[in-house]
Design a protein around this ligand. Structure first.
Ligand SMILES: *Cc1c(COP(=O)(O)O)cnc(C)c1O
Length: 353
């Protein structure tokens, strides 16, 4: 695929790595590519970062036809830059696109776009351990009509944001509230797709939890309000007795790449891992009996995020001893070690640029 590159005339100075937050500053350029049903994808281009112009009737603004991905470019100790399992993100983006009737990307083209863009913006990949260049590919319907149908025009873009370490102050366990009112998605809905609408619909519960002093909510399934699904916008895992349990992918759960990697690493370390239904009742009795040893969220942003306390109704339970668990720490060390190129990648997950 041919990608035309128009470089900025005003390259931005780099921000101090200690001052980087998440998603606040962007690199010099952005990738844009257009789609219409007659010509397919065309006009792949990297242009200076800037505002975009949309027709006020554009599909994305009215009917939420939008999907996205999130992955990182990591700086290795030897100065090189690498991605982590990028084909997984590309394939998931296509599964999301299919669900939302948005056009699919050619997998090899998508990889070429990621590689070309990150190489061009390489100077923005920060050097300290834990920092990264966060990559945000996104795709939206862009028909200039209020008619409701599968889109004929779409836009794919890629932007990048140098981001600081998620754990600047060390890995502190978070307190989580089990949500019994709102649901994130339902089976048959869009839960497995990474679409903006899922986020819009889950913001309210997150805000309510924050007001009550909790970092996030633990979602229950939308049909029976019984089975554990995810924590905030992360997948979730529990160590109950000597079994590691994570909710099975029923269609309303986002199939996280960190989740998949955790399962593979844990199995490789010899742990018993079950992807199965886990009811809130089973979870609460495991908390009450002391069988619940560890709980953690997992996703690209945090890698793993230990859960210190769980609230259900008017009761609050401490998970384990309230500190980061042994397996959670082991997973964190192994995955970050591979991602930042400090640990041998025996799984073949890293994609060097
Ligand atoms: C992106 C996301 C995750 C985590 O997926 P990763 O591929 O591990 O980053 C989990 N849940 C939701 C709802 C998400 O959007």
């Amino acid at each position: 695929m041919e990608i035309t590159i128009t470089k900025t005339a005003t390259p931005a100075p780099l921000k101090a790595e200690e001052s980087l937050g998440f998603g606040k500053v962007f690199t010099d350029h952005m990738f844009v590519m257009d789609y219409n049903s007659e010509s397919g994808w065309h006009d792949a281009r990297i242009v200076p970062f800037g505002r975009i112009s949309l027709h006020p009737a554009s599909t994305v603004l009215h009917y939420g036809a939008e999907i996205f991905e999130g992955l990182k470019a990591y700086r290795r100790a030897d100065g090189g830059v690498q991605l982590f399992r990028p084909m997984e993100n590309i394939r998931r983006m296509n599964r999301s696109a299919e669900r939302m009737c948005l056009p699919l990307l050619d997998e090899q083209d998508a990889l070429q776009i990621l590689e070309t863009f990150v190489k061009l913006e390489e100077r923005f990949v920060p050097y300290s351990f834990g920092t990264s260049l966060y990559l945000r590919p996104f795709l939206f319907g862009n028909d200039e009509t209020l008619g409701v149908h599968a889109v004929h025009n779409a836009t794919f873009m890629l932007i990048a944001s140098p981001s600081g370490s998620y754990y600047k102050e060390g890995i502190n366990p978070v307190n989580i509230m089990i949500e019994s009112e709102d649901v994130r998605t339902v089976r048959g809905g869009t839960g497995f797709a990474k679409c903006g609408g899922n986020y819009a619909a889950s913001t309210r519960a997150g805000e309510r939890a924050a007001k009550m002093g909790y970092a996030q909510v633990l979602w229950l399934d939308g049909v029976e309000r019984k089975y554990i699904e995810e924590v905030g916008a992360m997948n979730v895992m529990f160590k109950i007795g000597d079994e590691i349990v994570t909710p099975m992918l029923t269609g309303s759960i986002l199939p996280g790449i960190t989740r998949k990697s955790c399962i593979e690493v844990l199995k490789d370390l010899g742990y018993k891992v079950s992807e199965r239904l886990l009811s809130v009742d089973e979870l609460i009795s495991a908390l009450e009996s002391g069988e619940l040893k560890e709980a953690w969220g997992c996703g690209t942003a945090a890698v793993v995020s230990p859960i210190g306390k769980l609230a259900y109704g008017d009761k609050e339970y401490i998970v384990g001893d309230g500190k980061i668990g042994e397996i959670t720490q082991q997973l964190y060390d192994l995955l970050t070690g591979i991602q930042w190129g400090k640990t041998e990648d025996k799984f073949g997950w890293v994609h060097k640029l």
